[in-house]
Design a protein. Structure first.
Length: 277
């Protein structure tokens, strides 16, 4: 009989508390990586609430909230490649802003945390940003490619889906994304003290999870008009993420400090730790 594991948030919270107990410089930055629909944002919110309730000062920083503005991405799409108009991949985030936020959190002062409004596909005005309290002890930095490493140049040669084959025939988009990940993003991810991965079973499951998310948005809107993407739009959208998501699932489990293995229902079926001295 296979062992039963606690929920994702419980496992992460225990790991965070263990990191705090070991001491060291604060705030401790916990990277939480998980593919679209894996439940990372929900888990981060639950862990954050549990820590706050027990008197531990915590803040959640989402990679999604560091997206470049619509104007910046439009300019990038004209200067580099049209696919960069779509938010998501490395190269479409304000990495410098992320570094500034982490620096400010380490200063021990209250910090305004950026907010991206996906409804209008643009950064929300600063008066809508939440404020992290002074003296934050734990930063939960969550995102679909947090902690990711670049691919080899050889791996970029063949397209992985129709989007790349049809709209990136020269490979310039995926090369730019990979170069960005190899450069500025590694400086940002170097700020992580621990890396936790929510390990999906496969990319096909990730596709199904993303579809579920959009179906939920349509149901919540009643008639569905103006809410969420249809199935064809979802398929195109997730192809932007496919290459790096597959790469993360192949290489990150061997090096993440903690990998939480999920089945297709997001139930925990395994926990793997990388032992360090």
């Amino acid at each position: 009989m296979s062992p039963e594991f606690p929920p994702v948030a419980t496992i992460i919270e225990r790991d965070v508390r263990d990191a705090l107990a070991r001491g060291g410089e604060q705030p401790i930055v916990i990277g939480l990586c998980g593919a679209q629909g894996s439940g990372k944002s929900t888990a981060a919110a639950q862990v954050h609430a549990a820590l706050i309730a027990s008197g531990i000062r915590s803040a959640v920083l989402s990679l999604d909230d560091l997206y470049l503005t619509a104007a910046e991405r439009n300019a990038l799409s004209e200067e580099v490649h049209p696919l960069l108009r779509t938010r998501g991949v490395p190269g479409t985030h304000d990495v410098a802003l992320g570094m500034i936020i982490l620096d400010q959190l380490q200063s021990g002062k209250p910090v305004r945390l950026p907010k991206f409004d996906k409804a209008c596909d643009d950064r929300a005005p600063p008066d809508r940003w939440q404020v992290a309290p002074p003296g934050v002890q734990i930063v939960l930095f969550e995102g679909w490619c947090v902690g990711a490493r670049p691919q080899s140049q050889a791996a970029l040669a063949a397209p992985v889906n129709a989007l790349e084959a049809e709209q990136d025939r020269s490979g310039s988009w995926r090369s730019y994304v990979n170069d960005q990940l190899a450069g500025r993003y590694q400086s940002l991810f170097a700020r992580l003290d621990r890396l936790i991965l929510l390990e999906a079973p496969s990319f096909d499951v990730v596709r199904a999870w993303r579809t579920e998310q959009e179906e939920g948005l349509r149901r919540a809107a009643g008639n569905g008009i103006g809410a969420g993407m249809n199935d064809a739009e979802i398929e195109i959208f997730i192809q932007h993420y496919e290459r790096l998501t597959r790469h993360i699932l192949e290489e990150m489990p061997a090096r993440a400090d903690l990998s939480i293995v999920l089945d297709e229902h997001r139930t925990v079926i395994g926990v793997k730790r990388v032992l360090t001295n």
